[in-house]
Design a protein around this ligand. Structure first.
Ligand code: FMN
Length: 480
């Protein structure tokens, strides 16, 4: 779930907001001429709600979910969301006091019971919801609701509103996620009495309703990726594009985060001395293969740090293009800043960070240029577009403007459009770092991270590697 991209819209006024009549009309069109069934729309809406929740609230920290479901379609969206949340690793419970006996709803209940997801009656609910739940999904009333909530929903809505008032006491309170409309809010005017729920997250469906303009919580997402472009054009709907395969897209301002409070609690297998490879290159290959198998993006991206003769350091990302017993290879421009620094001082360090696996690898050593033949071979193995890109500008040199680069690129594309050989520029070279130090780092819970370092040592006149465990906290650092 963490990989679902969220598109952030800086100006919420650039999106269409529906009034109650328009929301009903679009639903009728989707289920009429467009040909959707209610079951399909509910499934997609519920999936959007579940992916929105998973995008913002990770199951490790916000695992216990209570979905409070009303008697209509909005309640159905909540039931579907709870089923998906279960499969995403959450522990949902359902409060569904006024069950519909329509087959669509009885089916949703059976699906949840088979998982099993517990159903709690209103009487079963703890008086203080904050102790038992991390997330409350308010799927009670949708956009067609008007009037005042009737029992037992009036009390439930009050309970949710009270939770936010008790927020003042700084106790940990569950977050409230609302499906399409905050319960008790007017569809167009919002929280008229000013006493209602103040949700942390609003998941608008199809398009936000007018009341959403008054939503001031940190997370406003849009779900319901099913409006055909022809309908959007006909009704002049302005909706944000969904990136990639995402079922939700962030609308409204990006959340303000407290940088000091951002932290992950890593859960990983232990990294043990007796299980790692004796040779650090073999251990690196093993972890690199894991990163590839985990589908991580650009597992070969590494930070390269160099320093001038006067010890002033600099870092940048480069791509690893080969690794074997001789070292780590990358390609770059021989007139770039990094190249100048490597000429002055051939020591460098590489850092790989594989986020999805909670791993980093540090490699330090001496750098040499690879042979001309090796650079040449690699250059000509690249797609023509990348070859031309390497010729276009002097890396790290000041250029007159963006247009200048594009013009140069265009001219070169035309020049080589007949498929003739693109000559490797003299300054485009490969470098190889011969390692003399490694550290493998595996993030663990409560900051009890595993750190194993390798440094060369003579064993019976042969060069081997010594492996040592390093501390993770405030211990004093000792040079290898
Ligand atoms: C993910 C990623 C991969 C990169 N790979 C390379 C690379 O393989 N070679 C390269 O010269 N620049 C690469 N760059 C660009 C460099 O980070 C940097 O901007 C450029 O090499 C100039 O650095 P310098 O001025 O310190 O020499 C990459 C950038 C990113 C973000």
């Amino acid at each position: 779930m963490a990989d679902i991209a969220v598109f952030s819209i800086q100006n919420p006024d650039s999106i269409s907001y529906f009034n109650q009549r328009e929301a009903a009309e679009i639903d009728e069109i989707l289920m009429g001429p467009v040909g959707f069934s209610i079951d399909q729309l509910m499934e997609l809406a519920g999936l959007s709600v579940a992916t929105s929740i998973a995008e913002v609230y990770k199951p490790g920290e916000y695992g216990r979910v209570l979905a409070i479901c009303g008697p209509g379609n909005n309640g159905g969206d909540g039931l579907v969301a709870a089923r998906h949340l279960y499969h995403f690793g959450y522990k949902p419970s359902i409060c569904y006091p006024k069950r519909s006996d329509k087959p669509l709803y009885t089916g949703l209940v059976r699906q949840l019971e088979s998982l099993p997801v517990p159903f709690l009656s209103v009487e079963d609910l703890p008086s203080d919801l904050s102790k038992d739940f991390d997330i409350l999904v308010d799927a009670i009333f949708g956009f067609s609701f008007h009037g005042s909530p009737r029992p037992p929903f009036d009390d439930l809505v009050q309970k949710l509103a009270c939770l936010h008032r008790s927020d003042q006491t700084r106790q940990k309170v569950p977050v409230i996620v609302y499906v399409d409309i905050p319960s008790g809010w007017h569809v167009e005017e919002g929280d008229v009495g000013g006493e209602g729920i103040k949700p942390d997250m609003l998941v608008s469906l199809t398009a936000p309703k007018l009341c959403a303009k008054r939503f001031s919580g940190p997370h406003h997402l849009l779900g319901g990726r099913f409006v055909p472009p022809s309908i959007a054009d006909k009704y002049k709907l302005c909706l944000p594009p969904y990136p990639g395969t995402a079922m939700c897209v962030r609308i409204g301002k990006p959340p303000q985060v407290d940088i000091s409070a951002l932290r992950e609690n890593y859960v990983s297998p232990a990294l043990l001395e007796e299980q790692v490879e004796a040779d650090p290159i073999d251990q690196f290959r093993k972890w690199f293969d894991d990163a590839v198998a985990a589908g991580l993006r650009e597992p070969n991206a590494m930070a390269l740090s160099t320093a001038r003769k006067d010890a002033k350091p600099s870092s940048r990302m480069v791509l690893l293009k080969g690794v074997d017993k001789d070292g780590f290879v990358w390609y770059t421009n021989y007139e770039s800043r990094k190249a100048h620094e490597l000429t002055e001082n051939p020591r460098a360090s590489l850092l790989f960070y594989w986020d999805g696996l909670n791993r980093q690898v540090r490699v330090e050593g001496f750098v040499q240029k690879v042979s001309d033949k090796e650079s040449d071979q690699y250059f000509h193995s690249r797609p023509p577009g990348s070859q031309i890109g390497a010729i276009v500008s002097k890396q790290s040199a000041v250029v007159p403007g963006r247009d200048f680069l594009y013009q140069q690129h265009k001219e070169l594309v035309e020049k080589y459009s007949d498929g003739s050989l693109i000559p490797k520029p003299k300054c485009w070279e490969g470098y190889r770092l011969k390692p003399e130090y490694f550290e493998f780092w595996q993030g663990q819970q409560s900051r009890l991270h595993d750190r194993l370092r390798y440094f060369p040592q003579d064993v019976d006149g042969k060069q081997g590697w010594r492996i040592e465990r390093l501390g993770f906290g405030t211990q004093t650092y000792k040079e290898a």
